[in-house]
Design a protein around this ligand. Structure first.
Ligand SMILES: *Cc1c(COP(=O)(O)O)cnc(C)c1O
Length: 420
């Protein structure tokens, strides 16, 4: 791995130092140009599907400035809570461009989703009653989240569908469509989400195939023709330098082949394709920037950052790998082995364990700046306040090179604001 080319970062050390003088570390930095290029590549790859539509999973990067960029590129939003619906609204993403995929949903959230005109995607057959109570009647358009159970093998993060809390069983799915039609729903859609961070395109193509076959069964058993099929999220990103990014064109072509062999011959070629990827949209284009402020040599060698797992939880939560580079030392030999840690009173507050890195200079003002890569999705979003840590801010690097703050860091006043 030491011979691997390092991951890209859009700023030189000098530019990053200048930025860190304007905005104290730690902070997240998002590369707008790269996010836009990625969105365009995805839309181009899937242009083989007439009316293809991506609902960006808001939970991945819940900042309206990011959502507006994606809206601009033609994406909608996938929301699963009241606040996420409000974030989409703030970003000007409205109506059926919003998909509401929640679980254990309070009635008030269904009312908000309906008021926003969002596509409601039910997670359970009992939600038909909850929704009817909330709205007085079922919505004209309804989607259902399918849990294929043993019909589909799971992946590492979401796990085996039989053990996953989400979705309706195969039998319930058919009951739900039938019941919804009896109670007035006229437009129908099908959804699933069976994987997370999956880089194997064949896995996603197999998921599409399963959904297409299910659409066929729904047509033949219930005479219901789906309006669209939502492939869900779950496309992975190459966190490790030796991994390769998903080949969007190959994925789209693979899904298209299934579509052409299953749906088109059955006269169901009008069904539209949707997706709700989050990680793969913004993940590689966001970075957590932090300064190395302390060094400690005991039984192991530690580098202490001014960021901690309250800013980026994935390594502690999943043992996830996040690549780290040292600004200005991208080509320096990885001469040292460090645990790179934050300051929480939690021994799993470690961004990297036994990581080979160039010798790192530490200091509150003159320490090296570390770039933690692939933090653009499920990064700042998972932040928390344990140990009284204040969550960091977010900076957007515009295509012009201008950097703007799109979320300020939290202050003690924010922390005290909810205390009575
Ligand atoms: C988390 C989630 C997504 C996005 O998942 P990614 O792995 O970020 O692509 C999409 N849909 C639902 C319902 C989710 O829970």
């Amino acid at each position: 791995m030491e011979n691997m080319p390092d991951k890209k970062f859009p700023l030189s050390k000098d530019s990053l130092e200048a930025l860190a003088r304007r905005f104290p570390t730690p902070f997240y930095l998002y590369d707008e140009q790269a996010i836009r290029a990625n969105a365009r590549a995805i839309n181009a790859a899937f242009s083989c599907f007439d009316g293809f539509f991506e609902h960006f999973a808001v939970k991945a990067t819940p900042n309206p400035a990011i959502l507006r960029i994606l809206r601009d590129e033609g994406f909608g939003a996938d929301c699963s809570s009241l606040m996420e619906l409000m974030l989409a609204e703030r970003a000007g993403i409205t109506g059926e461009k919003v998909m509401f995929t929640s679980n254990e949903t309070p009635q008030a959230e269904f009312r908000k989703a309906a008021a926003a005109g969002a596509v409601i995607n039910l997670d359970d057959i009992t939600q038909l009653d909850t929704l009817e109570k909330a709205l007085g009647a079922l919505s004209a358009l309804l989607s259902f989240r399918y849990n294929p159970g043993a019909r589909k093998l799971g992946n590492a993060i979401i796990g085996n569908p039989l053990e996953a809390k989400y979705g309706l069983t195969h039998e319930q799915l058919f009951d739900a469509f039938k019941t919804a039609r009896q109670r007035g729903t006229r437009r129908f859609a099908l959804h699933t989400m069976v994987a997370s961070n999956e880089l194997d395109i064949n896995y996603h193509i197999e998921t599409a195939k399963l959904l297409f076959q299910t659409a066929l069964e729904i047509k033949s058993e219930l005479d219901i023709e789906l309006e669209f099929i939502n492939l869900g999220g779950g496309v992975g990103i190459p966190y490790k330098p030796e991994q390769n990014p998903i080949a969007w064109t190959a994925l789209a072509e693979g899904v298209r082949r299934q579509f052409d062999s299953i749906l088109v011959p059955a006269g169901l070629g009008n069904i539209k394709l949707r997706a709700e990827w989050g990680r793969a949209i913004t993940g590689p284009y966001g970075y957590l920037i932090s300064r190395a402020i302390a060094k400690k040599n005991i039984y192991k060698n530690y580098i202490g950052l001014d960021a901690c797992m309250a800013d980026l939880m994935r390594p502690a939560l999943y043992g996830a790998y996040h690549h780290i580079t040292v600004a200005g030392k991208e080509d320096a030999p990885p001469a040292e082995t460090y645990d790179v840690v934050g300051g929480l009173c939690e021994n799993n507050d470690k961004f990297a364990i036994d990581r080979r890195l160039p010798a790192i200079k530490t200091g509150e003002t003159d320490g090296d700046l570390l770039v933690i890569h692939d933090a653009g999705a499920h990064g700042r979003a998972m932040g928390f306040n344990y140990n009284g840590k204040l969550r960091c801010g977010e900076i957007l690097l515009r295509p012009s090179g201008e950097a703007v703050q799109i979320r300020r860091p939290e202050t003690p006043e924010d922390y005290f604001a909810t205390l009575i």
